[in-house]
Design a protein around this ligand. Structure first.
Ligand code: AMP
Ligand code: ZN
Length: 433
């Protein structure tokens, strides 16, 4: 196995030793911030008393609301003059939260990112196009500096302008890209429309992440763009991308345990779930200087995958994120995650690349409507064919969700698209009251 960083091949004992040493250090560092100083005092935890991994559970959990409440500087553990950058979460829910970095933090992050890219098969010789928004979003600069750290010729293409993206890919013989999955599906649709053969598109690797996506979405992206797509997980509170990443085997994401301690807890009770069960991912930063976070509740739902990966790395793998705890829809008493719907839709051959979930209220009853784009060649068929497709999709969704959604077929490319993270759920329930 080729590695980028020696930490990739630590044994489990070595990982535990690094974590123990770094946990003790990071708690002392965190205690310099007004927020953690008050919190640890209140809980009667002396930072000096944190000496083993078992002490983790004595530490407070940190929530997004804590970050918001201590906005703008309450979580800072370093002096202002040491700070060189700030990023903010993209605020898919509520107000954004800010994370600060020192020079060393940025170096550590770029190293982690380069490690991920290398693990997915990228090398110095690759030409890399970053098809993601630059700015406060960490998928721009975070990924960018990782690619430069690896030594790739890096094209900061930014998001949007699909025709120009495709031109850049071809003109510069781009071999690897980073792209948000919903935009990758859209771009793939444009490639197909232009009559380009996926085999004529140069990239062989796509790093896809920043939003939940199904295995079916990955498969489509791979087929339509003629490449391998690797799942990339991160969140700005933990730097951004570079937290967990798929290796060449594409079977779950190795979470870098020399840099983060990960726990999976029951979102209701905050107790650890049974081995291999799905719960909320909770993480502690082990290397961050400017703004350490202890036991941060990501609200992302996943599980640790059992067994060892064939690549030989012993950093534990997390499963594809099924959604955020707050993504869950409750319709007629049934819990539904948007990813369940995507998984069904994108496995239907007639379905094009986009869909929308609309929640409505009729009387006192919530209804779910799924608007599905149908590929052009099927949309021109007669009504009976379309009626058949609609029934089939409704049946498949009913079997998966246990409620019957309304299904509305719409023309390809008629639903709103986004260059950044997709927002596919439209909730019309409140406005109807
Ligand atoms: P941000 O606040 O912009 O840093 O977004 C971070 C959030 O994006 C995470 O907490 C996840 O909910 C989501 N996310 C990032 N990467 C992935 C991924 N690979 N799969 C699913 N969701 C992801
Ligand atoms: Zn692996």
């Amino acid at each position: 196995m080729e590695i980028f960083h020696p930490a990739e091949i630590l044994s489990r004992d070595e990982i535990a030793a690094v974590q123990t040493r770094r946990l003790a250090r990071v708690v002392k560092r965190a205690a310099r911030s007004p927020f953690y100083k008050a919190k640890l005092d209140e809980m009667g935890v002396d930072p000096e008393s944190i000496t083993s991994l078992d002490d983790l559970t004595r530490l407070p959990l940190t929530t997004k609301d804590d970050l918001r409440a201590s906005y703008p500087f309450g979580m800072l553990a370093d002096e202002h003059r040491e700070l060189v950058r700030l990023h903010a979460s993209s605020g898919t829910t509520g107000a954004p939260t800010v994370v600060y970095h020192t020079k060393k933090d940025l170096r550590t992050w770029a190293d982690l990112m380069a490690r991920c890219m290398h693990m997915a098969g990228m090398r110095k010789e690759d030409v890399f196009q970053n098809i993601a928004g630059y700015g406060l979003f960490t998928g721009g600069l975070g990924i960018h500096y990782g690619a430069e750290r690896l030594g790739c010729l890096t094209i900061p293409a930014g998001a949007g302008n699909t025709a120009r993206q495709i031109k850049l890919l071809r003109d510069f013989n781009v071999s690897a890209v980073h792209i948000i999955p919903s935009y990758a599906l859209y771009l793939a649709g444009v490639v197909a429309e232009q009559g380009l053969d996926p085999r004529d598109l140069p990239p062989r690797i796509a790093l896809i992440g920043a939003e939940p996506h199904s295995e079916e979405a990955r498969r489509r992206i791979e087929e339509m763009l003629g490449l391998k797509a690797y799942n990339s997980y991160g969140l700005s509170e933990m730097n951004g991308p570079g937290v967990a990443f798929e290796c060449e085997h594409q079977n779950g994401m190795h979470l870098w345990e020399d840099s983060y301690i990960a726990e999976i807890l029951d979102p209701q009770t905050q107790e650890p779930v049974a081995e291999g069960e799905v719960g909320e991912l909770v993480m502690t930063t082990l290397t961050r200087e400017a703004m350490p976070l202890l036991r941060y509740r990501t609200r992302d739902l996943t599980r640790f995958l059992p067994g060892q990966c064939a690549c030989g790395r012993l950093h534990r793998r997390i499963d594809r994120i099924t959604g955020r705890a707050d993504d869950m829809l409750i319709i007629k008493g049934v819990n539904i995650y948007p990813m369940q719907i995507e998984k069904i839709l994108l496995a239907v051959p007639e379905v094009a690349q986009n869909y929308q979930i609309v929640l409505e209220r009729e009387g006192y009853i919530d209804q779910i409507k799924v608007r599905v784009e149908i590929k052009e060649e099927f949309f021109i068929e007669d009504m009976r064919v379309l009626g058949g497709i609609q029934k089939r999709i409704a049946g498949l969704l009913r079997n998966e969700l246990l409620v019957t959604p309304r299904v509305e077929l719409v023309e390809a490319k008629s639903l709103p698209t986004s260059e950044g993270k997709a927002s596919r759920v439209v909730d019309l329930r409140e406005t109807k009251d």
